[in-house]
Design a protein around this ligand. Sequence first.
Ligand SMILES: Cc1ncc(COP(=O)(O)O)c(C=O)c1O
Length: 390
Amino acid sequence: MLNNVTYNFDENVNRVGTNCAKYDGLDRYFGYEDLQPMWVADMDFKTPKCINDAIIQAAQNSLYGYSIDSDDVYESIVHWQKTRHNWELNNEDIFMANGVVPSYSACIEAYSEVGDEVIVQTPVYPPLFKAVTANNRKVVVNELKNDNGYYTMDLEDLKSKITPKTKILCLCSPHNPVGRVWSKQELIELAKICIEHNILIISDEIHSDLTFKEFTPLASISDDIAQITLTLNSAGKTFNIAGLNTSYAISKNHEILEKFKKEARKREIHSVNFFGYVATKAAYTHGATYVDELKIYLQKNIKFTLNFLKENAPNISCFNPEATYLLWLNFENTNLSHNEIKTKLLTQAKLALNDGVSFGSNGNKYFRLNVATNEKALKIGLEKLAITFK
Ligand SMILES: Cc1ncc(COP(=O)(O)O)c(C=O)c1O
């Protein structure tokens, strides 16, 4: 445990048998039950007491009927975005929904027609391109450039792929899985192209609180950029409450926001979970210290992992991420095929990591490692990785 801290991230929390996808879904998703789960993006840490207390308090009434949104939850979001990211919002710029992924899918339908093109920057969180094809739109891949593990946007390639049918660009900011926090300059250059070609940007900022360098919300940069942006966010990742399926969409362009609301109502994804409101409000009102301490613990785990791999498994390389607790491991130097790596991970290391190919074809020979667990479990997992790939 770190000195002078309130939260104990070293605690070993038993999650087995709680219907949790990460542990109880191993057989279903990987075909083996006896794996150490270091995959799906949630954390093995308890949510802070302020959220738990608020949920318990809300449960005192023993009644869980339909809920409605209220000014105070919007005010808590406004407060959080202002104090954490210096982004000025009004309650009217925000609309709550049942998750970033369902909202993203709604956006595809709200802002494009069947057959239109949507740009995604791979490797990227899979639902961002799956939702495009599921809604009968065409995915246009703008691969990120990979310079020895440091990824940047390929804006020349992006420009060459724009056609009159290109309606949406999907931005993952910060980026899962490559761990980049896009600089203000990178975002300005990207947005300039989108403004020129009348392309709407959906900015998925769900990991924005877990950033280790200055994060700039895309729409906070200028009025011009705000006018073409719809941002999706949630307290889910930051406070480990993803299972409450509560998120929010933001746009300063109320025409864009109204279209989102209409689509969200059509899809019935706007009636937010009873505990979701309570938890979001508590998180954004009282959760700042938790996030500050969590970021220190995550950075310690990341540093430990990178040093450990360098010393004990030098064939596995990884860029030091600027955000998230997800490490994008490169196995190219093992000289094994993607399937051989995958089999070794499952049958020898006995580890469940996310398969890089699911993030796009440029994820070949990559696997994503989740280090948001206690130090002891992390060390056990890394040792298994090192013994298998040394
Ligand atoms: C970039 C990104 N967006 C969205 C989500 C999921 O959001 P939600 O649980 O609100 O649907 C994740 C979860 O891993 C993610 O990494």
